[in-house]
Design a protein around this ligand. Structure first.
Ligand code: HEC
Length: 193
């Protein structure tokens, strides 16, 4: 009788173990779901400005629009959601996008994961970190370099664009990217406690 109940206990414990493991791996937290949807909205606002200004006025006009609007678009998406939303990179154009330590570690980790064959489309990283007496949920998602991006971030940028970039961003580092490279990442955070 005793051995029987132990056996039953064992079998039932073992059968729910895979479920528990699955829950940890596959079921995203509420924060992660929010972060993903904010990234989509922020990214599509940015792309909209880039594409419409490229089309109406070419790359110089688009450069000016990125310069003027990238900040306000991030602020707009942040203040309507209670999150802090931004972009960063290991090689930034705008120095105010420079990564903090957690961000540069995560960006280097993304480079390693990409080198190991992981697709950028589904790559992301999140962690809850303690900052003083606060608990902060942090999330990052890589931004791939597309064909459209190399006009201003590639290795063969026209002289006209280079001159304009240098006048707006004297310390620009954000060139030399090839299609498929990690250009940077979306970076989001929210205080949770
Ligand atoms: C018309 C020129 C132009 C094109 C095309 C362009 N960018 Fe940029 N990019 C800029 C400028 C200007 C900034 C700086 C914006 C600012 O002041 O925050 C920037 C900044 C960024 C940043 C923020 C980090 C940093 O370096 O400051 C990322 C990430 C980025 N671009 C990715 C892309 C991607 C991905 C594409 C293609 C979908 C793209 N860019 C296409 C001009 C361009």
């Amino acid at each position: 009788m005793k051995t029987m109940s132990i056996k039953v206990l064992l079998v039932s414990t073992l059968s729910i173990l895979p479920l528990l493991a699955n829950a940890g791996e596959n079921v995203a937290s509420q924060e992660t779901l929010q972060a993903r949807s904010l990234v989509k909205a922020f990214g599509s606002d940015l792309k909209h400005v880039l594409k419409t200004s490229m089309k109406s006025g070419g790359p110089i006009k688009a450069l000016e629009q990125c310069n003027i609007q990238a900040g306000p678009i991030a602020v707009k998406n942040s203040s309507s959601s209670g999150w802090n939303i931004a972009r960063t990179s290991l090689k930034v154009r705008n120095e105010s996008n420079a990564p903090d330590e957690w961000e540069s570690t995560t960006l280097r980790q993304f480079e390693k994961r990409k080198a190991a064959g992981e697709q950028l489309k589904t790559m992301e990283y999140s962690e809850t970190v303690r900052e003083g007496d606060k608990l902060v949920y942090r999330y990052m998602k890589p931004i791939p370099t597309a064909g459209l991006c190399v006009t201003c971030h590639g290795s063969d940028v026209s002289e006209e664009i280079t001159t304009k970039v240098k006048s707006l961003y004297p310390n620009d580092q954000a060139t030399g990217f090839k299609v498929g490279d990690i250009r940077g990442a979306f970076t989001l955070q929210k205080r949770i406690n």
